[in-house]
Write a protein that binds this ligand. Sequence first.
Ligand SMILES: NC(=O)c1ccc[n+]([C@@H]2O[C@H](COP(=O)([O-])OP(=O)(O)OC[C@H]3O[C@@H](n4cnc5c(N)ncnc54)[C@H](O)[C@@H]3O)[C@@H](O)[C@H]2O)c1
Length: 351
Amino acid sequence: MVSPLRVGIVGAGGIAHGVHAKRYVDHPHTELVAVMSRTKDKARAFAADFDVEHAYDSLEEMFKQHDLDAVSICTPNKFHYEGTIAALKAGCHVLCEKPPAMTEDEAKQMAEVANRTGRILMYGFHFRHDLEATVLKKFVDAGELGNVYHVNVQAMRRRGIPGWGVFTNRELQGGGPLIDVGVHMLDLAMYLTGFQEPETVLAQTHQRIGTRPGVGLLGEWDADNYSIEDLASGMIRFQNGMSLVLETSYAANVAKDEYLNVSLMGDKAGADSYPLRIYEEKHGALFDKQPAYLHDLDDRTSHERQMDHFIECCLGQSSPITTAEQGVVIQRLLGALYESARTGEAVKCHK
Ligand SMILES: NC(=O)c1ccc[n+]([C@@H]2O[C@H](COP(=O)([O-])OP(=O)(O)OC[C@H]3O[C@@H](n4cnc5c(N)ncnc54)[C@H](O)[C@@H]3O)[C@@H](O)[C@H]2O)c1
């Protein structure tokens, strides 16, 4: 494909505004051509903010009017599937926000259509692009942790229930903190450890705080229509013997306002991602290693690096580090975790 790429955005909300549109407008190799959202007013207001001429409330109309090269899907999760399929079928490369979809079956079909049309389908797992993850991935891939046999995944908020949007609506989102913040750290853990094949999942969810009125760090939430979990915990066993324990919350009575981390335990060394630390055993002693500083030459955020990576992949200058097939595995794990929580049983989740 040739520069500048002609780009569209589907879903004119927070992430589209703050991350996707901003980068497409700033980037020398992209031109933001059209915006589609649920209502025309919303699409028009968004388009005006970025000096974009074309605003739509219909996917079909947008793809009929414009020959786009790439599209970002930034809708509530329920609509990732229809937006992605329409964009792929219109010949566009797609950057779809996380989580991939509502079900494994949807994610599978999205991957199939991407393969059939020969288009790139990447997901918005931007934590893979931050410097801690980039450096830690090099430690793991170089074998410096040895065999990673246990992983601890945390994405905990003390009072971080979003007070806007549809984040507390299971019907439109497919779940709560597990599919929203937990999925970022789960994906990072899977990426760092090379997407091992999962075997069994056991999980529990709790809904204890969000159903009573309250104000937190992300505003006042809608307690009356709160249909998601506040906290999910789970364990995943992998075919290679690795274990992974996960904890994620929007609200929990814990010390820190927010805590994100992936901890890797290997037989040569261990590591934390945030802050980046390596714990090793050398010459009969135990050492902690930490970077003196971590920075990028051009000070980009991980969201910006993700956007730039997508653009480079569309232009054929790079290969995606996030694949549609990995999205299927993540979606399978999310489904199995919720199913285990619902049934109280361990759930087999291999291919
Ligand atoms: N990667 C990240 O850091 C990150 C951060 C926030 C949100 N997200 C993801 O981005 C997506 C959107 O989240 P948000 O915070 O921007 O939400 P939001 O509520 O601010 O925006 C969603 C937008 O989609 C529009 N919309 C609703 N239904 C639609 C449909 N059928 N077709 C087209 N547009 C429709 C809404 O009108 C709204 O403008 C979610 O999947 C969320 O998980 C990712």
